[in-house]
Design a protein around this ligand. Structure first.
Ligand code: F6P
Length: 329
């Protein structure tokens, strides 16, 4: 099929997330199927500034749908936050005949895309939500979130084995600087006794009372899931604040850290990445610009980037109630 688009540049930016490779593959294969050349831009906006471009053919994306990380590598670019950096990137793109971009990343990636296309309206930009945090407005799932939650649940299941064997209380810290989605979903799925997230003020007195109650009930394992962005601090800080009042417990802390960002993407992440990658190319062909492709109820949707970056995905109060009910008895 003929189209007026000659080339699409694809890149990943910000924190990597499992499923980014599946999204790259979908963009490349869908573009090629429409007779469009696809150029891989390495190391996100940094590589755009440095002109790190490489044509991607169908075989370039073979055998990557199942791999975590990103074959295009990723970076957080300080240079691109400045107009001078964006102007350099523009020159590189124009010199290589690239006017259409698909950027896979989070909030920072999209804000960069908006500033770039404000200054250079001949560049068209479509964003795919790639972050384990699930904090972007307008999509039920971001690429990598499902895999990260599965990883956390797997880790907590293992921690629970040893917690129960020794009657210990574990505080498990998970990722999420500003968002508690990973903590809430993994906490419910792993049967946590308490879940502390940035969206809700943490009541340390309430936490101490809940845990003392669990002790009275002779529960053998106790797990508190803490989002790294909780208002009372990370897991170590919270433990230092409550340990004197919880002397009946032997307390341990596990910080899961970057292992949450790695690993083979789940089938859900592979599916949504594939759907979103194809939808991004179709959107460019339909003349769309400055939108994020999301998924809602299994279907792809187009969300204006301004909306996706201004608003935040919200925690469903029903899930908080569910977690509270299931850990109260
Ligand atoms: O935004 C994704 C994320 O994994 C956050 O959950 C976490 O706070 C942050 O990235 C860590 O970033 P870095 O890898 O740069 O330390």
């Amino acid at each position: 099929m003929s189209s007026k688009i000659q080339k699409i540049g694809v890149f990943t930016s910000g924190g990597d997330s499992p499923g980014m490779n599946a999204a790259i593959r979908a963009v490349v294969r869908s573009a090629l199927s429409q007779g469009i050349e696809c150029i891989g831009i390495f190391r996100g906006y940094e590589g755009m500034i440095d002109g790190e471009f490489m044509p991607l053919v169908s075989q370039s994306v073979s055998n990557i749908i199942q791999r975590g990380g990103t074959i295009l590598k990723s970076a957080r670019s300080a240079q691109f936050r400045e107009k001078a950096g964006r102007d350099l990137a523009y020159k590189q793109l124009k010199a290589n005949g690239i006017e259409y971009l698909v950027g896979i990343g989070g909030d920072g990636t999209f804000k960069g895309g908006l500033a770039f296309t404000d200054e250079h309206p001949d560049i068209k930009f479509i964003g795919l939500p790639g972050t384990i945090d699930n904090d972007l407005y307008g999509t039920d799932y971001t690429i990598g979130y499902d895999t990260a939650v599965n990883t956390v649940v797997d880790c907590i299941d293992k921690i629970r084995d040893t917690a129960a064997s020794h009657d210990r209380l574990f505080f498990v810290e998970v990722m999420g600087r500003d968002a508690g989605f990973i903590a809430l979903r993994s906490g419910i799925a792993s049967g946590a006794d308490a879940i502390l997230i940035p969206e809700y003020k943490t009541d340390l007195d309430g936490l101490v009372a809940t845990l003392k109650n669990r002790h009275t009930m002779r529960k053998t394992s106790n797990i508190v899931v803490v989002s790294e962005g909780d208002d009372q601090g990370g897991a170590f800080e919270i433990v230092s604040k409550v340990k004197d009042r919880l002397q009946e417990f032997e307390i341990k802390v596990t910080v899961l850290g970057h292992l949450q960002r790695g690993g083979n993407p789940s089938s859900l992440d592979r599916l949504i990445s594939s759907q979103m990658g194809v939808a991004a190319v179709n959107a460019l062909l339909a003349g769309k610009n400055r939108i994020m492709i999301g998924v809602q109820c299994g279907q792809t949707v187009e969300i204006p980037l301004e909306k996706a970056t201004k608003h935040h995905n919200t925690i469903k109060p029903g899930l908080i109630e569910l977690a509270t009910t299931l850990s109260s008895i």
